[in-house]
Design a protein around this ligand. Structure first.
Ligand code: ADP
Ligand code: ADP
Length: 226
């Protein structure tokens, strides 16, 4: 079965810029999938539409069979998003950010605290649980965003340039964490412009260029063409 199905997706921004020109692709449940493309290719626009943060101009999107137009809240619960930009309240303590996010999905505070403990420990942030988010380093903030995206236990995790600007050691520890998460059944889609990152993590890839899908294949197949 499919975690994500996209058919003929188009996006024209208000200034008439055509950011997506009819993209179709699908991601299997359990996959670790990379969306590759240069800056400006349309990756963030695509992710914005899947997560209902950006309205589409045309096309069809399904998350585990739920049409995002007809079944918006079901689709949203199944997705965890790690956006590129930090968008949490930097004055809030780390643990509270997670518990409040759980609350946003209707999860009781007690369960929220248990999950906060689980993910903060796994991501090496447990000693920082009482710190305000602004006290964290860039790499720690990224890991906090991953923990926040997981607190409602989504079946599909989407990360937009998850390791941009993160130093190599932290990047590798994030890779280990994501591999383990995928092994335990979470479907993962990430955007990156580092081929090395996609190569190290992903089984399947799509490449977009100027709003068009130019390739969808296995990582193995792509590498054999280089
Ligand atoms: P990527 O994530 O691959 O770097 P984006 O989806 O952010 O690409 O952007 C694709 C194109 O759409 C870029 O040319 C960008 O300038 C343009 N774009 C993005 N957001 C807007 C917007 N709100 N209004 C107009 N153009 C936009
Ligand atoms: P609403 O749908 O009520 O307008 P927002 O889209 O403003 O809510 O999101 C509220 C909070 O939930 C923000 O912290 C946002 O980053 C987060 N969020 C939204 N959608 C998701 C998602 N699919 N997965 C994880 N966090 C999400």
């Amino acid at each position: 079965s499919h975690a994500l199905t996209i058919e003929n997706l188009k996006k024209i921004y208000e200034n008439r810029f055509e950011a997506l020109k009819g993209v179709s692709l699908s991601v299997e449940e359990g996959d670790f999938f990379a969306l590759l493309g240069a800056n400006g290719a349309g990756k963030s626009t695509l992710i914005g539409i899947i997560t209902s943060l950006v309205t589409k101009t045309a096309g069809h999107v399904e998350i585990f069979g739920h049409d995002i137009d007809k079944d918006f809240s079901a689709a949203k619960r199944l997705i965890g998003l790690v956006p590129q930009e930090f968008n949490f309240n930097v004055f809030e303590p780390v643990e509270e950010i997670l518990v409040n996010q759980a609350g946003y999905f209707g999860i009781p505070r007690k369960t929220g605290f248990e999950r906060a403990e689980q993910y903060l420990s796994q991501l090496g942030l447990w000693d920082k649980r009482r710190c305000q988010a602004r006290e964290l380093s860039g790499g720690m903030k990224r890991r906090l965003m991953i923990a926040r995206a997981l607190v409602h236990r989504p079946r599909l995790l989407i990360l937009d340039e998850p390791t941009a600007g993160v130093d190599i050691e932290i990047r590798r520890s994030m890779w280990v964490f994501l591999r383990e998460l995928n092994k335990n059944g979470t479907t993962i889609i990430l955007t990156t412009h580092y081929l090395e990152e996609a190569e190290s993590l992903c089984r399947n890839i799509a490449i977009i260029d100027e709003g068009k899908l130019v390739e969808q294949s296995s990582m193995k197949n792509l590498l054999s063409q280089l």
